[in-house]
Ligand binder design. Structure first.
Ligand SMILES: NC(=O)c1ccc[n+]([C@@H]2O[C@H](COP(=O)([O-])OP(=O)(O)OC[C@H]3O[C@@H](n4cnc5c(N)ncnc54)[C@H](OP(=O)(O)O)[C@@H]3O)[C@@H](O)[C@H]2O)c1
Length: 375
C-alpha cells in the first residue's frame, strides 16, 4: 500500500495564557524503519488517563468550538501549577489502540505483522496512522476486529497487575473502588476465575446492583448511610489487606484502612496502642476525585498509602512475565478482558461538545471508542 504523506492526529496544548486547545492537525505519516510497522489505526478507547492529557484541568463549562477543527477551554488559575511541565507543547493523545499493519520494515519481525490486526500501547493513538516498533505490537488472532482489541493493554494489564501485586506483597484478598468501571468489571471476572475474594466499593445503588448481577459477593455502596458498617463487615468476611483506590481524593483510603484494622484486631489479645502488626496497604491508582487525599490516622502503624502506575509495574516485570500476561489478555479478549463502549466517534466527533460532555463524564458504562478512519 502507498502510504499517504499526511494524516490527521488529535493534539492538546495549553498556552501560557491558560487557554487549552484540543485540535485536529495534519501530521506526516512516517515511513517504517527496518524494525517498525505502520498501523492504520481503527479503534482507540478514551480512558480516564487519556482525558487527563486531553483536557487537563480545563474548566469544560468554558468550552468553545473553533477556530477550525479545534475547541478551546480555560484552565483555572489554581490548576496551572500542575500543568506547568506541558505549557506550550502540542501533545498527541491516546495511550492505546488497534488497527491494521499497512506497511512494514524489512526485519522479519516487522514483515510478519503485515496485513495483521495488532494492538499497541504506544501513545498518540488518536491518529489515522501510527508508526511503531514491531516488537511493541500485540498480534491479534485472525478475524479479531480492531474494536475488540483496542483496550488490550491499559485496563487488562492493570487488572492483572493488581493481582500480581497482591500476591507478591503477601495479601490474599483485594478491596477495589470505583468498582463498576470497565476495569472493575475485568478485575471482578479475574478474581472470580482465580477464587480471590474482592470487596467492590461503588457509589450508587445502581452500580451495586450491576456488580451483584455479575456475581460479586462483597459489594459496598459509599452513598449508603451505613457504608462504613457495611465496609467493616466486608473486610471482616474477607480479611483483605490491600486496596486499589481509583478515586484518590477525599477520605476513602482512610475508611478502608480503618475497616481493615478493625477486621484484624483480636478482641481477646492484650490491648496495644500501636495497633495490629499486620501491614495494610492502599494504592491510589487513579484520580477520579482530584481533591486532596485526607487521612485521619486511627489504625495503628502497620500501613502504607502509595501510588500505583501500570507503566512502573511493567518496567519492573521480567520480560517472560510480561509475555505471559499479554498472552492471557489475548486468550481472554472476548471474555475476561472484554471492554464495553457506549458509542464510537470519529476524530472530528471527538471535538463535538456533546461528545466531549459524554466522554468527559467518566460515568459507568459510558466509555467511548475513537475510530480514526471514520467520517
Ligand atoms: N494507575 C494506572 O496505571 C491505571 C491504569 C488503568 C486505569 N486506571 C484508572 O482506573 C480507573 C477506571 O478506569 P476505567 O477505564 O475502567 O473507567 P470507566 O470505565 O470510564 O469508569 C469510570 C468509573 O469511575 C466512577 N467514578 C467517576 N468519578 C468518580 C468519583 N469522583 N468517585 C467515585 N467514582 C467515580 C464512575 O462511576 P459513576 O457512574 O458513578 O460516575 C465509573 O464507574 C480510572 O480512574 C483510571 O484512571 C489507572
Amino acid at each position: 500500500m502507498t502510504l499517504p504523506a499526511h494524516a490527521l492526529q488529535l493534539r492538546s496544548r495549553i498556552g501560557d495564557d491558560a487557554r487549552l486547545e484540543v485540535s485536529l492537525v495534519e501530521v506526516p505519516v512516517v515511513a517504517p524503519q527496518p524494525d517498525e510497522v505502520v498501523i492504520r489505526v481503527e479503534a482507540a478507547p478514551v480512558n480516564p488517563s487519556d482525558l487527563g492529557l486531553l483536557f487537563g484541568a480545563a474548566d469544560l463549562s468554558t468550552l468553545v468550538a473553533g477556530p477550525g477543527l479545534s475547541v478551546t477551554a480555560q484552565v483555572p488559575a489554581a490548576a496551572m501549577p500542575a500543568v506547568r511541565g506541558r505549557l506550550g507543547q502540542s501533545l498527541a493523545v491516546g495511550n492505546e489502540g488497534a488497527g491494521t499493519v499497512v506497511a512494514a520494515g524489512s526485519d522479519p519481525v516487522a514483515q510478519a505483522l503485515l496485513g495483521r490486526t495488532v494492538a499497541v500501547m504506544a501513545g498518540a493513538m488518536y491518529s489515522q496512522y501510527r508508526t511503531v516498533r514491531a516488537a511493541d505490537g500485540l498480534c491479534l488472532p485472525p478475524g479479531t476486529p480492531a474494536a475488540a482489541g483496542a483496550s488490550c493493554f491499559v485496563n487488562p494489564l492493570t487488572a492483572l497487575g493488581m493481582i500480581e501485586t497482591m500476591r507478591r506483597e503477601g495479601h490474599r484478598a483485594i478491596v477495589h473502588t470505583a468498582a463498576a468501571s470497565n476495569l472493575g468489571q475485568m478485575l471482578l471476572r479475574l478474581c472470580q476465575a482465580e477464587r480471590i475474594e474482592l470487596v467492590a466499593i461503588v457509589r450508587s445503588p445502581a452500580q451495586a446492583a450491576l456488580l451483584r448481577s455479575l456475581g460479586a459477593q462483597h459489594v459496598v455502596d459509599s452513598s449508603s448511610p451505613t457504608f462504613r458498617e457495611a465496609l467493616a463487615a466486608a473486610l471482616a468476611a474477607t480479611r483483605a489487606t490491600i486496596a486499589f483506590d481509583a478515586i484518590g481524593g477525599g477520605r476513602m483510603a482512610e475508611h478502608i484502612l480503618v475497616a481493615m484494622e478493625a477486621a484484624l484486631a483480636d478482641p481477646a489479645a492484650p490491648y496495644s496502642r500501636y495497633g495490629t502488626a499486620v501491614h495494610k496497604q492502599v494504592y491510589l491508582y487513579g484520580g477520579l476525585d482530584t481533591g486532596p487525599t485526607e487521612i485521619r490516622r486511627s489504625f495503628g502503624f502497620a500501613w502504607g498509602v502509595g501510588g500505583w502506575l501500570l507503566f512502573t509495574f511493567l518496567q519492573r516485570l521480567p520480560p517472560q512475565d510480561l509475555a505471559r500476561l499479554k498472552q492471557r489478555v489475548v486468550d481472554g479478549l472476548h471474555t475476561t478482558f472484554a471492554s464495553a463502549y457506549a458509542r464510537t466517534v470519529s476524530l472530528r466527533g471527538m471535538l463535538e461538545p456533546a461528545a466531549i460532555a459524554a466522554y468527559a463524564a467518566r460515568a459507568t458504562g459510558a466509555k467511548v471508542l475513537v475510530d480514526p478512519q471514520a467520517g
